[in-house]
Design a protein around this ligand. Structure first.
Ligand SMILES: [Zn+2]
Ligand SMILES: [Zn+2]
Length: 506
């Protein structure tokens, strides 16, 4: 019996030596072993750690070039290229709303931004509501141009009831010996997309979205993902500064189900609300967003992965402010891209006329309401008694028109929206509550003579006619019915451009 035990021990010893010599060819062995979880192989003493740096941009809104109130991306490009040079595991991501907002991007329908992201070798981007501003066709064309995938697990095609063919739910990338899964989603912002241009799609949100992400995370884990990043075009409604703020599940429940942080999602980059924050949820998962329009900066996280034990850790989570990179040298890529697309962009730099004094946002919005009325009245006034023009009026950065020469590009920044003008019918009761006596301070109204004569005596049961754009017309709670549509290529900024050309502001 003793002899038998000895023999067994000897065999075990020989087998161990064989395994070790087979596994440890030269200095590095395979597979590594890290029983004490110190990041160093117990056998060959090599590091078994991988480090990955994520840089996320949200809501850049076409700010490629410098503008009146913001810097362009020429310095940011220098910063990101340097980050890539010093770290082969640098991953560039975007959580949406990259294209719409400034002339060079609007005039090229987002192509110039996609081209820039190609140049920087972005890994993935999720789509924002504004990516749909020019219709689905341009999203498809941009996806053809993009050398990286658009990730949106919850944008569905109404006809097929499947995810749209220009988006993927996720992507898996190698980072050295580790694998990273990235899942993308759009938020519950269907009501803020240009619905009239995109009724072929719908977004799965709420519990449906949670189920999709859970399922995708599971399948990525099964395929070997060590770490899962979630990029979503939605976010928290408040900015905060300084170190990470603890956040409860209920505070983010409008767009994120914290159940996802229980082993499915390890890090979240957000967008859409244009807030700057670094949050930590109840499971310790970070949520980050850095404002918008290249005003805040970018979000950065560094993670470590023990490729033997699978243990991961977010070692750095920080908001990098624009001041961190704005004094760097300009990268020439911005000028090269402006040059490449100059034929399309140039018309935006034509001087339309002069503006005699600084105009603030309210004055400009009221003027748009007036131009809506006058344009609609000229077109349909013979046929219809038109009460008013206007409706919900958004305006964008820089929110004012400075004194001096005005270009179409200036108006593109203020009014980037492509909403068509419409003549709508409306019940008297709705006309009164939603327009004449509206409590919404973003509604701007201009009355014609007829409107002025009857606005105090609206018959709640009668039908009236008003001029609004499709944004207001499509807002279902207004209960408007579109009767006529104006030229589909004329928007608020075009009416304002013509007004300025004819000397209206000089
Ligand atoms: Zn945005
Ligand atoms: Zn958005």
């Amino acid at each position: 019996m003793k002899n038998f035990t000895k023999r067994c021990l000897a065999i075990v010893l020989i087998v161990c030596v064989l395994i070790c010599t087979a596994g440890c060819k030269g200095d590095i062995c395979s597979p590594h072993k890290d029983d004490n979880s110190n990041g160093v192989c117990d056998k060959c003493h090599q590091s078994v750690m991988e480090y990955v740096d994520f840089y996320n941009i949200n809501d850049l809104h076409g700010k490629l070039d410098d503008g009146q109130n913001h810097i362009g991306v020429d310095e940011l490009t220098t910063f990101l290229k340097a980050a890539r040079q010093s770290d082969q595991n640098a991953v560039f991501l975007s959580s949406g709303d990259m294209w719409q907002g400034q002339a060079e991007s609007n005039m090229t329908k987002g192509f110039i931004m996609t081209d820039w992201m190609n140049e920087l070798d972005f890994t993935a981007m999720t789509l924002g509501n504004h990516e749909f501003d020019w219709g689905e066709e341009y999203v498809k064309q941009n996806s053809d141009l993009a050398e990286f995938p658009f990730l949106a697990i919850n944008i569905y095609d109404r006809a097929t009831n499947k995810i749209v063919d220009y988006c993927k739910p996720s992507v898996m990338i190698d980072a050295g010996a580790a694998q990273i899964g990235i899942i993308g989603a759009i938020g519950d912002c269907y009501s803020s997309i240009a619905v009239d241009k995109c009724d072929e799609v719908y977004f799965k949100v709420g519990n449906d979205l949670t189920a999709l992400v859970l399922h995708e995370a599971n399948s990525l884990r099964q395929k070997g993902a060590d770490f899962i990043v979630y990029i979503i075009h939605d976010g928290h409604g408040r900015s905060s500064s300084g170190t990470a703020q603890q956040i409860s599940s209920s505070q983010i429940s409008s767009y994120y189900d914290t159940a996802l942080s229980d082993g499915y999602v390890d890090l979240v980059f957000e967008g859409h609300t244009h807030q700057g924050y670094l949050l930590k949820d109840e499971y310790g998962v970070y949520h980050m967003q850095n404002r918008g329009d290249n005003k805040g900066g970018i979000s950065h996280a560094e993670i470590s992965i023990n490729t033997v034990t699978g243990k991961t850790n977010v070692s750095v989570a920080e908001l990098i402010s624009t001041s961190h990179y704005q004094s760097l040298d300009d990268d020439p890529i911005v000028d090269q891209l402006l040059d490449k697309y100059s034929d399309q962009i140039e018309p935006a730099n034509e001087i339309l006329g002069t503006n005699s004094t600084r105009r603030n946002s309210g004055e400009l919005q009221q003027l748009i309401a007036q131009l809506y009325f006058e344009t609609g009245f000229k077109e349909w006034g013979d046929e219809y008694d038109i009460v008013l023009g206007g409706g919900f009026m958004s305006i964008r950065s820089p929110y004012y028109l400075p004194y001096g020469d005005v270009t179409y590009a200036d108006l593109q920044s203020l009014f980037p929206f492509d909403n068509q003008l419409t003549l709508c019918s409306v019940k008297g009761s709705e006309l009164k509550s939603k327009f004449i006596s509206t409590s919404n301070d973003r509604y701007y109204i201009h009355y014609g003579d007829y409107g002025n004569s009857i606005k105090e005596n609206i018959d709640p049961t009668k039908t009236y006619y008003i001029i609004v754009d499709t944004y207001t017309a499509d807002y279902k709670y207004n209960n408007l019915k579109i009767v006529k549509r104006y030229d589909e290529n004329i928007f608020a900024r075009d009416l304002l451009a013509n007004f300025i050309k004819s000397g209206g502001l000089s």
